[in-house]
Each structure stands twice: as structure tokens, then as C-alpha cells.
Design a protein around this ligand. Structure first.
Ligand code: DC
Length: 230
């Protein structure tokens, strides 16, 4: 790749829940020798930190001061993003369905988003290349990213994928419940005024409905290599 030595090369992957962003972003990062940033894990970790302290996630001021006192660490490992809060491993806890439902309060709060955006930019500034995934990476966080990708997929297929992941993790949850939760999250993601889910104008849209994870990664890799030469 042709890269300026002082500036990180950023590749953003945005899209709705269950579209396969994490798997695609992680696989792409591995192939490109890039760092990987799972921004959803950050929103989840802040939510958990609040809930653990008995703070209502919709109390933005209280969550904001809590963010200053707790230490968050994120580290990609295999197919997971390991998360620690004050040194305690919270990797599994941030994925619990009841926690997932509460993340929308953090995601809709402008001051909290601003802090997380700052952390995401700092992470990218430290890496030579980074693949970052979320909802607002191409639109708000990295408007000058080298390549922007927006993943879509049929909602029923997305719910089916998330359902299998939850079942594989031993969670007894019905496909209907997953689909209903997903519709609520999609609506919240698309309608919030700060950092809403939407493709950047210059994003490449990739529909993953009929693709395997490996095929998605192949497609993204050729897209990126076609745009960033060397
Ligand atoms: O990608 P995920 O399911 O782990 O994301 C969890 C929640 O965090 C999701 O409901 C929306 C929110 N989120 C966000 O608002 N902005 C991001 N960049 C990433 C996630």
C-alpha cells in the first residue's frame, strides 16, 4: 500500500446489527495487517459500567462522570474483542441480551458519543492502518477515511445469523425475539439525531445476504486493494 508515514490509513465498515460487520472487519484487518476497532464493544462497555454501578444508562451526566473514573481496555483476540473494565474481564458480560437492549441510551447521548469518538480517533492515530466497524465510522468519526464500506443484508437473514450466534453461546432465545429486538435496534440506530446509522455518501454498499463470511472478506479485500495501491 502507498501510505504517508505520518497518517493512518483508515477503512470504515458500517451497517446494522447482525449484518456480519465484526467478522468481516476482523478478517479484513487480518489480511491487510491492520489494527481492528470494534466500536460497538465500546458502547456496550460504557453501558455495562453504568449498570454495574446502579446508574441509569439514560442519566447522561452520571454516565459521563463515571467514564472518567473507570478504566476501559479493548483488545482484539481471535474472533473476539476482549474487554476489561478496571482490570476485570467483561468480554462475555457486554454481549448479554439484557445489556444489549440498554445500549441505545448511551448511543443516543451526544456528550457520551463525543467522548467515544475521541477515543476512536486516538486509537486510529496510533495505528498505521486500521479497520474500524460501527454505525457512524464513515459518516462522523472518519469522514476522510481511505475506503468506506456499508454492509446490508435482508433483516430475516440478519436475525437468523444473530440467533445462531446466541444459541452457539448457550443462550436460549427464540428467533422471533431476536427479530423483534433487531427491529427495535434498527429503528433506534436509524432515528437518533447523533451518529445515526446511514451510509456515507461515498461508501461502497455491499449486500451480504447471500454471501458467506469468507466471500464477504474476499469482496472487501479486493475493493480495498483496488482503491489503495501498493
Ligand atoms: O455493533 P454492536 O451490536 O456491538 O453495537 C452495539 C450498540 O452500540 C448498537 O445498538 C449501536 C451502538 N453503536 C453506535 O451507536 N455507534 C457505533 N459506532 C457502534 C455501535
Amino acid at each position: 500500500m502507498t501510505e504517508k508515514s505520518t497518517q493512518s490509513v483508515v477503512i470504515t465498515i458500517d451497517g446494522p446489527a447482525g449484518v456480519g460487520k465484526s467478522t468481516a472487519a476482523r478478517g479484513l484487518a487480518r489480511r491487510l495487517g491492520a489494527a481492528f476497532l470494534d466500536t460497538g464493544a465500546m458502547y456496550r462497555a460504557v453501558t455495562l459500567a453504568a449498570v454495574e454501578r446502579g446508574i441509569d444508562p439514560s442519566d447522561t451526566a452520571a454516565v459521563e462522570s463515571l467514564m472518567e473514573t473507570r478504566r476501559f481496555e479493548f483488545c482484539p483476540q481471535g474472533d473476539l474483542t476482549r474487554v476489561w473494565i478496571d482490570g476485570a474481564d467483561k468480554t462475555a458480560a457486554i454481549r448479554e441480551p439484557h445489556l444489549t437492549e440498554q445500549v441505545r441510551h448511551i448511543a443516543a447521548a451526544a456528550p457520551l458519543r463525543a467522548r467515544l469518538v475521541q477515543m476512536q480517533r486516538a486509537f486510529a492515530a496510533d495505528a498505521r492502518r486500521v479497520v474500524t466497524e460501527g454505525r457512524d465510522q464513515g459518516t462522523v468519526v472518519f469522514p476522510d477515511a481511505a475506503v468506506k464500506i456499508f454492509l446490508t443484508a435482508d433483516p430475516t437473514e440478519r436475525a437468523r445469523r444473530r440467533h445462531s450466534e446466541l444459541r452457539a453461546a448457550g443462550k436460549d432465545v427464540s428467533l422471533d425475539a431476536v427479530l423483534t429486538g433487531q427491529q427495535q435496534r434498527d429503528a433506534a440506530d436509524e432515528s437518533r439525531t447523533v451518529g445515526p446509522l446511514k451510509p456515507a455518501q461515498d461508501a461502497a454498499i455491499v449486500d451480504t445476504t447471500h454471501l458467506t463470511a469468507e466471500q464477504v472478506i474476499d469482496q472487501l479485500e479486493s475493493l480495498v486493494r483496488g482503491r489503495i495501491h501498493g
